[in-house]
Ligand binder design. Structure first.
Ligand SMILES: Cc1cc2nc3c(=O)[nH]c(=O)nc-3n(C[C@H](O)[C@H](O)[C@H](O)COP(=O)(O)OP(=O)(O)OC[C@H]3O[C@@H](n4cnc5c(N)ncnc54)[C@H](O)[C@@H]3O)c2cc1C
Length: 311
């Protein structure tokens, strides 16, 4: 496997400049949890051609790989990731307003949600306020159908430009064909790559939009432990309940293993209070799951994506 990875990295370096191919790169530098051992290689691709090239190589060599966004929903193993981590940059960080229909914008997958929100606010385009405080990139948000305050990314996305996992078949997929559901899209089932999303918004005064964004930001900051590294809600909302309420009812607020803790401020979040390892977080998650299950009969499912580790 090691030989496959080093040959794969060599081939990638024939197309992607070496300063964008980081070997043994700690994933703690690329995740909001600030946790994770080294990836064998961490490659930043700046355009569709580079991405297609890298995907063709990893498909050919069979090297383990994954595309990440801004790492805000990832828990990576302390051992790291034995393959190629691919991150989108450069041309994927674009946002363009449609010349014919000013209510439409095309946003590159690497564009941050916060920057997208700032652009839309300045340009008097409303509908994205609910998402303004969600950390991460547009690609990650489309993949996860991220949502907050009654909105989901599927409410504003019209079409998505995608590529197959082997770097071929560039195409535009409709909102309906993305099969969005709660924290899910068909990108997960089919392993397709999200390159950009076309969003449809409505016109409104920038100051009205800014006021709504500020109000939601205030609500978020007062309810969530935003000062600690985390990956947001650790568990998905179960049918017929709320993960945070179930965790609180089981008396688990503040439950701590090593540097990982069930937040006192919002029990739906496991936070890194300092030097947490992946194993610490997993130990907290296992205990929470077992306790909530024995108290309520509800088995919580992780929302955070576990990379090279398991519960
Ligand atoms: C403090 C905090 C608050 C949060 N609040 C919310 C919230 O209110 N609502 C919510 O929904 N989430 C929330 N989250 C979780 C997280 O912000 C979202 O899941 C976000 O959409 C992840 O985006 P990302 O770019 O960081 O993706 P990553 O975490 O990097 O990746 C997530 C998944 O998407 C895949 N992916 C990423 N980019 C692409 C791409 N271009 N093509 C194909 N697959 C891709 C990755 O392979 C991975 O499986 C919160 C997180 C934190 C830290």
């Amino acid at each position: 496997m090691k030989e496959t990875i080093s040959k794969t990295i060599e081939r990638i370096c024939s197309k992607v400049p070496e300063d964008r191919v980081l070997r043994n790169e700690p994933m703690s530098r690329h995740t909001s949890f600030r946790i994770g051992g080294p990836a064998a290689a961490f490659v930043t691709v700046n355009n569709e051609e580079e991405l297609a090239y890298v995907l063709a190589i990893v498909t050919d060599t069979g090297a383990e790989h994954m595309v990440i966004g801004n790492g805000s929903n990832l828990l990576v193993s302390d051992e790291g990731y034995p393959g190629i981590m691919i991150k989108l940059g450069g041309e994927f960080e674009s946002i363009i307003r449609d010349e014919e229909d000013p209510c439409r914008v095309r946003v590159g997958a690497a564009m941050l949600m916060s920057r997208t929100s700032a652009f839309l606010t300045e340009n008097g385009l409303s509908g994205f306020e609910f998402a303004s405080g969600i950390p991460g990139s547009i690609g990650g948000a489309v993949f996860m159908n991220a949502g907050a305050y009654g909105g989901e990314i599927k409410d504003v996305v019209r079409t998505v430009r995608v590529m197959d996992p082997d770097g071929t078949n560039l195409r535009t997929v409709s909102n309906e064909d993305m099969q969005f559901s709660y924290r899910h899209s068909m990108a997960e089932d089919e392993g397709i790559l999200i390159l950009s999303a076309e969003m449809e918004l409505t016109e409104d005064a920038p100051e009205e939009i800014a006021a709504r964004v500020a109000e939601l930001q205030f609500r978020r900051n007062s309810k969530q432990p935003v000062n600690y590294p985390s990956a947001g809600s650790t568990f998905k909302r179960p049918v017929g309940g709320y993960a945070a309420a179930l965790i609180e009812q089981s008396g688990l607020k503040g439950y701590t293993v090593g540097g990982a803790q069930v937040s006192e401020k919002h029990s739906g979040f496991v936070i890194n209070i300092g030097g947490a390892s992946c194993e610490d977080v997993l130990a907290v998650m296992r205990h929470v799951r077992e306790t909530v299950y024995s108290d309520s009969g509800i088995m919580l499912e992780p929302e955070v994506r576990l990379i090279n580790c398991s519960l």
